[in-house]
Design a binder for this molecule. Structure first.
Ligand SMILES: Nc1ncnc2c1ncn2[C@@H]1O[C@H](COP(=O)(O)OP(=O)(O)OP(=O)(O)O)[C@@H](O)[C@H]1O
Ligand SMILES: [Mg+2]
Length: 327
């Protein structure tokens, strides 16, 4: 990779339904990079393609969809096949919203972490892996880790389970961590603890983190940069403070206005009027035009490209220049 600090480079990522006849993409031509130790937030309404992008990056797309274009480079290696369902990628770990569905309910927690360690380093003895598992549980701030390692997932609270999932993710010694709504299912106070942990790990280990969230306040507080998705494509990206203070795209402006106190303090995204287009509904012009106050003929005719509007700032809108600098 050109920049030695770039840990993740995603170029032209496109995901489509895995059906021969339908070809409307669910994720279209998504490109971004994440640097060593950087946390980048991906936001957008439900159905905008956040999870598909995240799982495509991790090489863990669900059934029913496939990667039809683009490349994912991790730490300089273009890994995995260019298209298809793809296998989990070396160097990327993923943490999901619901830790209970990802943990094996009938296996001791410590053994699950130890298994991840042995997967990473097959030569490791069981005994050594168990010892390291306890260390990892300690690292994710689980108290009395040796005792806890012998327990089962049902004996753990939601927040503790998510810490275990993070331990399992880190056991693979990844350079990139993809976290899809990692704290959405947790209480606010527990959320904070888990986010603090992710923050600390990315600093200590230099992890490049992609944090998927629908919570503007959360990403506003935690992320260096933001990627805003609409109907399967990026519509705006830039430094978090810039994007949230002076959103340039009408969609991002609307999202901000839909949250209490213009959203920096307290909110998740309340629905905007209208809805995200579903698969197959994608129109030829701007995908946001039907819901946009600035809509003109040009918006219906021409699909706007993602353009550089300022240093580090990308916006996909025919009218962003006109309205972009207002708060
Ligand atoms: N396995 C699948 N098969 C078919 N369509 C899918 C599949 N997974 C997602 N989709 C569709 O792809 C689009 C994007 O879904 P995705 O899960 O990425 O959205 P999201 O932004 O993560 O939303 P949410 O905030 O609700 O999690 C949606 O229209 C969804 O219905
Ligand atoms: Mg999702």
């Amino acid at each position: 990779m050109a920049d030695a600090q770039t840990m993740l480079r995603v170029t032209g990522l496109t995901v489509e339904l895995d059906r021969r006849r339908e070809s409307a993409p669910l994720v279209t031509d998504v490109s971004f990079t994440i640097r060593h130790g950087e946390m980048v937030g991906m936001v957008g309404e439900s159905g905008s393609g956040k999870s598909l992008t995240a799982s495509a990056v991790a090489g863990m797309l669900p059934r029913g969809v496939r990667l039809t274009g683009g490349a994912v480079e991790i730490g300089g290696d273009a890994s995995g096949p260019a298209t298809g369902r793809a296998a989990p990628r070396h160097g990327v770990a993923m943490v999901f919203q619901n830790p209970m569905t990802s943990l094996n309910p009938s296996m001791r927690v410590g053994d699950q972490v130890a298994e991840a360690i042995r997967l990473r380093r097959p030569g490791t003895s069981r005994r050594e892996a168990r010892r390291e598992a306890v260390e990892l549980l300690d690292r994710v701030e689980i108290t009395r880790p040796a005792e806890r390692a012998r327990q089962y997932p049902f004996e753990f609270s939601g927040g503790m389970r998510q810490r275990v999932m993070i331990a399992i993710a880190v056991a693979g010694e990844p350079s990139v961590l993809v976290a899809d709504e990692p704290t959405t299912a947790l209480d606010v106070t527990v959320q904070r603890g888990v986010m603090d942990l992710l923050d600390r790990l990315r600093r200590d280990l230099g992890l490049a983190v992609l944090l998927v969230s629908h919570d503007l306040a959360l990403v506003g507080e935690r992320c260096d940069r933001l990627l805003v998705m609409y109907a399967g494509e990026l519509v705006e990206s830039g430094a978090t403070a810039d994007v949230l203070r002076r959103p340039a795209h009408p969609y991002v402006r609307a999202l901000k206005q839909c949250t209490p106190e213009h959203a920096l303090a307290a909110g998740s995204l309340r629905p905007l009027p209208g809805r995200v287009p579903q698969a197959g509904e994608v129109r030829s012009g701007c995908r946001f035009a039907p819901r946009c106050a600035l809509r003109t003929k040009e918006c219906d005719r021409e699909h706007p490209v993602l353009e550089v509007r300022a240093a580090g700032r990308l916006v996909r809108c025919h009218h962003a220049d006109r309205r972009g600098s207002e708060g």
